[in-house]
Design a binder for this molecule. Structure first.
Ligand SMILES: Cc1cc2nc3c(=O)[nH]c(=O)nc-3n(C[C@H](O)[C@H](O)[C@H](O)COP(=O)(O)O)c2cc1C
Length: 330
C-alpha cells in the first residue's frame, strides 16, 4: 500500500491514543470516514516477551485497513525485533512513537526522550526500516522544549533512514498539551522533506482540518482529542473536504446505535468485565453536552453488568426523545 495514494484519496487520519484507539473504536472511525487509522502505542519490550494482552493489541480485521500499528521503545535491536513481529501480522504500516511525554515512557528512554538524542533516533529508525517488511512511519513532536526544536533535522534524518511518512504534533515535549500547536513548524517540516507529512495538533472540527491542509500544505491531517465521543468528526470533515458542505451532526438515534455497537464490540474483544469498565469513559464522552448527560454519567460509572449498561443507554435516549420539544401543529 502506498501512503501517498491513501492520503490523496482521504487525508483524514485517526491519531494513536493509548486506551482509546483500540480495535472497536478504530473500526467505528474508519466506517465513519477516517482514511487511515493508528493503533494505541504498543510496548516493544512487552511485545517481545509475548505478553498476552500486548499481542491482543495487534488484533485487526481486513475491514479496518489501512491500519498503522504504533510501537515504542528505546533500543534499536528490540525495536527491530518488534518490527519483525508486527510486520508479519496484518498491519499495513508500522509507526515509531517519538512524541509520548508520559514519565514512565520517558524514563525508559522512549517516546519524546528520543527528541534529545537524534543519533539514537536515527539508529532506531534505520533498524526498524531494515527489519520491517512493511513501510515505517515516525511520529514526533517539535522538540524537547522551545530552546531545542529538532523537528526539521529529525525529519531529514527520518527521510534518509527510509521512513515512509512522518507525523508532526506541533508542540514540544515541555508543552505537553498546553498552548497552541505550531502549524507554522509543520509547514517548515513539510517544506524540508519529500516524504508525506501528516500534520497534528488542535484539529477540532471539519473547518480546522481544511485549514490545516491549506496552511501547512501537509498531506494528511491527524485528529486526536476531538474524536473522543465524536467519531462523526470524520464524516463531517470528509464531506466538508469533498464538497465544501457540512453534513448535519449525528442524530440521537445514530448516537445511541454507535454507543450500543461500541459496547457490544468492546465486550466481544475483551470480555464483559473489562469491556464494561473500558466503555465507561467512552459513554461519558458520547453524552457530553446532552440533556440529562450528567445524571447518566453518574449512573453509568456505577454499573458493572452489560445488560444494565445497555438498558441505561436505551433509557437515556428514550427520556431524551420524550423531553424534546414537540413540533408545533399548524
Ligand atoms: C489520552 C491520549 C492518549 C494518547 N496516546 C498516544 C499514543 O499512544 N501514541 C502517540 O503517538 N500519541 C498519543 N497521544 C497524542 C495524540 O496522538 C496527538 O498527538 C495529540 O493528542 C495532539 O493531537 P490533538 O490536538 O488532535 O489531540 C495521546 C493523546 C491523548 C490525549
Amino acid at each position: 500500500m502506498n501512503i501517498r495514494d491513501i492520503l490523496k484519496e482521504n487525508p483524514l487520519v485517526l491519531a494513536p491514543m493509548a486506551g482509546i484507539t483500540d480495535f472497536p473504536y478504530r473500526m467505528i472511525c474508519r466506517e465513519l470516514g477516517a482514511g487511515l487509522v493508528f493503533s494505541e502505542m504498543v510496548s516493544v519490550e512487552a511485545l517481545i516477551r509475548e505478553h498476552k494482552r500486548t499481542h491482543g493489541m495487534l488484533h485487526t480485521d481486513p475491514a479496518e485497513r489501512p491500519v498503522v500499528f504504533q510501537i515504542f521503545g528505546s533500543k534499536p535491536e528490540s525495536m527491530a525485533d518488534a518490527a519483525r513481529i508486527v510486520s508479519q501480522g496484518a498491519a499495513d504500516f508500522i509507526d515509531i512513537n517519538m512524541g509520548c511525554p508520559v514519565p514512565k515512557v520517558l524514563k525508559s528512554g522512549a517516546g519524546s526522550a528520543l527528541l534529545r538524542d537524534i543519533g539514537l533516533a536515527g539508529e532506531i529508525m534505520s533498524a526498524v526500516v531494515n527489519a520491517s517488511r512493511i513501510p515505517v512511519f515516525v511520529k514526533i513532536r517539535l522538540g524537547w522544549d522551545a530552546n531545542n526544536i529538532v523537528a526539521k533535522d529529525l525529519a531529514r534524518v527520518a527521510e534518509s533512514a527510509g521512513i515512509a511518512a512522518i507525523t508532526v504534533h506541533g508542540r514540544t515535549k515541555a508543552q505537553g498539551f498546553s498552548g497552541n500547536a505550531d502549524w507554522g513548524m509543520i509547514r517548515t517540516v513539510k517544506d524540508s522533506v519529500a516524504i508525506p507529512v501528516i500534520g497534528n495538533g488542535d484539529v477540532r472540527s471539519a473547518c480546522d482540518a481544511r485549514r490545516m491542509l491549506d496552511e501547512t500544505g501537509c498531506d494528511g491531517v491527524m485528529i486526536g482529542r476531538a474524536i473522543q465521543g465524536n467519531p462523526w468528526i470524520f464524516r463531517e470533515a470528509k464531506q466538508y473536504l469533498e464538497t465544501g458542505v457540512m453534513p448535519p451532526h449525528p442524530t440521537d438515534e445514530e448516537r445511541q446505535a454507535i454507543m450500543l455497537r461500541h459496547l457490544r464490540d468492546m465486550v466481544r474483544l475483551v470480555g464483559k468485565d473489562v469491556g464494561v469498565r473500558e466503555m465507561r469513559k467512552h459513554l461519558c464522552w458520547y453524552t457530553k453536552g446532552l440533556h440529562g448527560g450528567a445524571e447518566f454519567r453518574t449512573r453509568i460509572n456505577r454499573l458493572s453488568e452489560m445488560a444494565d449498561v445497555k438498558q441505561e443507554i436505551t433509557g437515556f435516549f428514550s427520556a431524551l426523545r420524550s423531553s424534546a420539544p414537540v413540533a408545533q401543529q399548524v
